[in-house]
Design a protein around this ligand. Structure first.
Ligand code: ADP
Ligand code: MG
Length: 494
């Protein structure tokens, strides 16, 4: 593709409008991505403003943003470099739709350079499409003189993390309800500090952000401050550098609600722990709310001083567990619904069965799946889901799925596959259905409930009954036993 002449100048010098700049970006992008991808992921973008070398584009949803971030980061980086210049930056503005109550304004997210610690990067003052040259420092030239905490102007909360979209399940019931209690009466419940702990991607950040948002919603005058522990540590180092420790401490002592995320990062950083200890005591004494998260139980927080850990015991420690199957299904349904995407129930249950460790992982797979389906213009089905999972999750064991079993059994008994899911109670069909259910249980990880769903939405007790019936039948009928043995060879029994 020949270079357009305007690319020689930087956008800032020519004083172009955001629309003109974006138009030129699109021109380049069109040549570097597939046509389907271009129309799905780039045409809907609306350029909103251009200021100080930073182009802000509006994308229709968080999902959209995640797809761009995951799949087109390098394309965007390149094009910004080319059209705006080596110091060019890109911001996303995501249209937040929470039912239209609070968020008329778009939420501005800044493009992170990696998927980790997104919140920190979104709220950081540094820009996220970094100039190519690694030697250029991360600070914006406009606030190089200011330490990070001095630039904080708001609560650092992300409106999309709220209680409405934080689904309740057995895995989070205590933490969620303690969070709601704290949100309605910060500083005055027994839950001070409130410590939420649990593994990566289980919803700690979402929950504490939801608490912060709720508090602000009930009383916008409250000074709520969310900060990741890494950022807090960096701020402290900054404060040391500019010799403003006292100012730094005072800044934190004036907040009404302090949310410190991922406290395990304080391990081994004794000076920061000391400062935090002082801030903690001051706030607690004044009846201010402190909320902490940790990726492990307090007793396992090696590298934190005992006196600090003992302080955490003053309040409530609530654990987030791995989400149960029902919660995983509900989360997928909610995500798809909020995106206006229809996904067949069997694909949803397949995903929920296969991805059980973390909600973040589950969401990552959904993003990839939606992306795959849109680019290839195909429908969601179990096969596509399986491919996506095995690409995303290392050593994902390709297991036999229920569709495969149903197909093999219906072929063996020479009945149409739909009959296995239908209501009919004809004897030979009931037998085939029970056999298929039996193998679904013995050869896959699917729960009784999920298996029932795959057989026309039957109850889990029906599946249990089917398994018992097959076992009894095997005992009493040699011929039936042979059938089972033969079929068994088709399925790898775990
Ligand atoms: P953590 O901080 O524990 O690593 P996050 O709070 O970042 O986890 O959660 C990971 C993802 O899972 C987020 O996108 C979050 O919105 C989502 N998530 C976690 N728990 C829930 C829940 N109960 N309902 C809906 N989404 C959830
Ligand atoms: Mg987190």
């Amino acid at each position: 593709m020949p270079d357009a002449p305007y690319t020689k100048k930087t956008a800032e010098l020519t004083g172009n409008s955001p629309q003109e700049i974006w138009e030129r970006c699109l021109h380049t992008i069109r040549n570097s991505v597939a046509p389907q991808a271009f129309s799905t992921w780039f045409e809907p973008i609306v350029p909103v403003h251009f200021n100080n070398g930073c182009l802000t584009i509006q994308v229709p949803s968080q999902y959209f943003y995640e797809v761009l971030e995951e799949h087109y980061l390098s394309v965007l980086r390149e094009v910004i470099d080319k059209e705006i210049g080596p110091t060019g930056k890109l911001n996303y503005s995501v249209v937040v739709d929470t039912g239209g109550v609070n968020n008329k304004n778009p939420l501005t997210l800044k493009l992170p350079t990696s998927r980790n610690d997104t919140l920190f990067k979104q709220s950081s003052k540094t820009q996220q499409i970094q100039p190519k040259s690694p030697s250029v420092n991360n600070f914006s030239p406009f606030n190089a003189e200011q330490a990070d905490w001095q630039t904080i102007e708001d609560s650092q909360l992300v409106a999309t993390y709220n209680f409405e979209n934080y689904l309740e399940g057995d895995c989070n019931r205590l933490a969620r309800s303690a969070g709601m209690a704290v949100a309605s009466k910060p500083g005055t419940t027994a839950f001070n500090p409130l410590m939420i702990y649990g593994g990566v991607g289980l919803g700690k950040t979402h929950l504490v952000q939801a608490i912060g948002n709720k508090i602000k919603q009930l009383d916008s005058n409250k000074f709520v401050l969310y900060v990741s522990t890494d950022r807090f540590v960096n701020q402290f180092i900054d404060a040391l550098r500019v010799q403003k420790i006292q100012e730094f401490t005072q800044f934190y002592m004036q907040v009404d609600v302090l949310i410190l995320d991922d406290i395990q990062s304080l391990a081994g950083k004794e000076r920061t722990q000391d400062i935090f200890f002082n801030i903690f005591n001051h706030l607690h004494q004044k009846g201010k709310q402190i909320i902490i998260t940790s990726d492990r139980a307090p007793k396992d927080l090696a590298g934190l001083t005992d006196r600090l850990i003992n302080r955490f015991r003053w309040g409530l420690m609530a654990e987030l567990d791995r989400p149960d199957f029902e919660t995983r299904v509900a989360i997928i349904q909610m995500k798809m619904e909020s995106e206006g995407i229809y996904m067949p129930y069997e694909v949803i249950t397949y995903l929920a069965e296969s991805v059980e460790n973390s909600i973040r992982e589950l969401e990552g797979i959904l993003v990839s799946l939606v992306f795959e389906a849109s680019v290839n213009n195909t429908e969601f089905n179990v096969e596509l889901a399986r491919k996506t999972i095995s690409r995303v999750i290392d050593n994902f064991e390709e297991q036999i799925d229920i569709d495969f079993i149903q197909k093999a059994v219906s072929e063996y008994f020479q009945i149409p596959i739909e009959q296995l899911k239908a209501k009919t109670r004809k004897k030979e069909i009931v037998t085939a259905r029970q056999v298929a259910m039996y193998f679904a249980k013995t050869c896959t990880n699917f729960s009784l409930k999920a298996i029932g769903q795959h057989f026309g939405g039957r109850d889990h007790t029906t599946v249990m009954h089917a398994i018992d019936a097959v076992n009894e039948h095997v005992e009493s009928d040699m011929q039936f036993k042979n059938i089972i043995t033969e079929l068994q060879k088709k399925f790898k029994v775990k």
